[in-house]
Design a protein around this ligand. Structure first.
Ligand SMILES: Nc1ncnc2c1ncn2[C@@H]1O[C@H](COP(=O)(O)OP(=O)(O)OP(=O)(O)O)[C@@H](O)[C@H]1O
Ligand SMILES: [Mg+2]
Length: 614
């Protein structure tokens, strides 16, 4: 079982490497050429050293005087070989580095591009942490073996050349080589096979340690207010301790195998000297040949390690590659149609839900997804405002997502201006409709960049107009650098209500003909909220848009032309606010309860303000 899986890993790992070579064939050729050249120069160097000893040193000793000419020639030859080796190493290193980092960059781009292409339903099923590690450490792991790969390929060529040169020199010495080289190779294989699971474990724990750290820093507010510092520290310390043990296990194995890998070639040299002395006496070889072969064994040991490095990285590479492939092969991206809507942004659009059914895909395959929406039908006529009201979890955000085609219905149709949204081009869709989401998202950038998002045609005048509509011009003007103020990661330097108004201004800056507000003004105080909605309805200087607004406050709801009341994914009632209040008990309860809670909060605020004054 284990051998089968490890053979499996070997095969798959080699296929991944083959893939890398096919993607970067030229750079790989440069690196391997450098590496092969290096290997051949190592062998040549050994024979030159043997030659110097046999042809210059020994005769000099015998004759009692040094042959300076021959010595100078030998020195020049060795220097030449060394210089060539420098060039070869340079080519190999540079090629390997280029190849590894180019592949990393290419695959990072592919993975992140894919994330953006995949639909929201796919993102719902995948955690952010996993997506980060797919794009980061998995891509890196997949291409780790690329760094030593050219060296290893060159080493294989070198070993073959070494064996051939041994046979040319003397078949008995060649037999010694044939015994030592495979042993060295096998030792490397065993080493890497033992090392792989230990390194995988260390890698896994390393990821867990950083996840815990990330979580406790991210949730610093909760940790502190709940007095969980000690527990969080303990949780982190436990994992950090595991990581230490895992890394020590790696070091211990290295401590055992590294000396063996050093010793084996020395034993080879010893065997060559013993056997070689006999062969020298028999007259089968010369001193030159004996010294050459003995020296060859000492210099071969290091390159052979490169093969072990590649093998050691293969399991990690295969695991990383598999995870990267899962992203690249993921399907379900939305095909867009080719229908376009009139580009004219002055007339509001209509929105129509026609018997729409929807359920989120389950996290695990095969388990049945739950139905979230059923039989949802309603229309928002051009230029009108419809309030979407319902208890928490009733499906309001889901309806908002369907209106923007972030997800597709299981059955039924969503139409904008009478056209099925699935038939629209992406540009047409994003140019027509805008969503202000329930949870505002602000980029770590300037106020201006957060509003324009690099969309063409939004100049500062347009930005200020949008900010005015969103009642955000006041606070932005008061910021130290105005539009150029950096808002911090996720807008941490802004209040909740300021963030909401910034995201609202972002939506308005694109001059949408259909605006979907998902509880987008909940953190803004009621008077400002009413002012914003009144302005959007056409009271201000901007053109009136069609608005679907998820709302709770009576004042907000009162501004709508119609209310759609949902409960558990069904439209329970539609009509003017007053009618629903009188005829639908659930609706009346919800709105009244919310109002009381608001009033209570307001009273408390006034109370604390008074306290503060006193
Ligand atoms: N990504 C998701 N995966 C699975 N189920 C989901 C997902 N998002 C929402 N749901 C479920 O769909 C139902 C409707 O959720 P939705 O967010 O539309 O409610 P909502 O009316 O917007 O609630 P709230 O007023 O709290 O914002 C809920 O039962 C919720 O648990
Ligand atoms: Mg919601």
């Amino acid at each position: 079982m284990t051998t089968r899986t490890s053979r499996d890993v070997l095969g798959r790992g080699l296929r991944v490497l083959g893939r890398a070579i096919r993607e970067q064939p030229r750079i790989f050729a440069v690196a391997v050429t450098g590496s092969v050249l290096f290997g051949l120069l190592v062998i040549a160097g050994a024979y030159v050293v043997g030659g110097v000893v046999g042809e210059v040193v020994v005769p000099s000793i015998a004759a009692g005087r040094i042959e300076w000419g021959a010595l100078a020639f030998a020195a020049a030859l060795l220097l030449g070989i060394s210089l060539l080796r420098v060039v070869a190493i340079f080519g190999r290193r540079l090629g390997a580095g280029y190849m590894q980092f180019r592949l990393q960059a290419a695959y990072r781009r592919r993975v992140t591009r894919r994330y953006l292409d995949l639909p929201l339903s796919w993102h719902h099923r995948h955690a952010t942490g996993t997506l980060l590690s797919n794009a980061n450490s998995d891509v890196e792991a997949a291409w780790y073996p690329i760094a030593p790969l050219p060296f290893a390929v060159g080493t294989v060529v070198m070993l073959v050349a070494a064996i051939v040169s041994l046979f040319v020199t003397d078949w008995v010495l060649a037999l010694v080589g044939l015994a030592i080289f495979p042993a060295l190779f096998m030792l490397n294989v065993v080493y890497s096979r033992r090392m792989a699971p230990r390194q995988a474990r260390a890698q896994r724990i390393r990821a867990e340690v950083s996840a815990i750290a990330h979580e406790s820093f991210d949730g610093a507010l909760v940790v502190k207010t709940m007095g969980r510092e000690a527990q969080e520290t303990a949780r982190f310390a436990a994992r950090a301790g595991e990581l230490r043990d895992a890394l020590i296990a790696v070091g211990r194995l290295r401590g055992v195998f590294d000396p063996m890998l050093e010793t084996l070639p020395s034993l080879g040299t010893l065997a060559v000297l013993v056997v070689g002395a006999v062969r020298l006496q028999q007259g089968a070889i010369t001193v030159t040949e004996l010294v050459s072969v003995a020296f060859l064994f000492t210099v071969l040991a290091f390159p052979v390690r490169a093969i072990g490095w590649v093998l050691a990285e293969l399991p990690r590479s295969v695991a990383g590659w598999d995870r990267v492939q899962q992203v690249l092969r993921a399907t379900g991206e939305m095909p867009y149609g080719d229908a376009t809507l009139p580009g004219d942004r002055t007339t509001p659009a209509t929105l129509e839900f026609d018997d729409v059914w929807f359920g989120y895909e389950p996290a695990e395959e095969h388990s049945p997804g739950t139905e979230v929406l059923g039989e949802v039908s309603f229309t928002v006529p051009a230029g009108r405002t419809v309030a979407l009201v319902g208890p928490t979890g009733s499906g309001k955000s889901t309806i908002a997502a369907l209106a923007l085609r972030l997800v597709d219905p299981r059955a039924g149709t969503v139409r904008v201006d009478g056209v099925d949204v699935r038939q629209l081009t992406l540009d047409s869709l994003t140019g027509t409709a805008a969503l202000v989401a329930q949870v505002p998202f602000v980029f770590d950038d300037t106020v201006r960049a957060n509003i324009t998002l690099d969309r063409p045609g939004i100049d500062d005048t347009a930005v200020w107009a949008a900010l005015r509509l969103a009642e955000a011009d006041g606070f932005v003007a008061a910021l130290p650098d105005g539009l150029d103020t950096m808002v911090g990661e996720r807008g941490t330097s802004l209040s909740g209500g300021q963030r909401q108004r910034l995201t609202l201004a972002r939506a308005l800056a694109g001059r949408p003909r259909l605006l979907v507000l998902d509880d987008a003004t909940s953190a803004v105080d009621p008077r400002v909220e009413a002012a914003i909605l009144a302005a959007l309805r056409g009271g201000g200087d901007g053109p009136a848009a069609t608005i679907l607004v998820v709302a709770y406050r009576r004042a907000t709801i009162a501004l709508a032309d119609e209310v759609v009341y949902v409960e558990q994914g069904r439209v329970v009632a539609r009509g003017p606010h007053d009618t629903l209040l009188a005829t639908v008990p659930g609706y009346a309860d919800l709105v009244t309860a919310y109002e009381q809670a608001e009033a209570e909060r307001e009273r408390e605020r006034i109370h604390t303000d008074e306290e503060a004054i006193r």
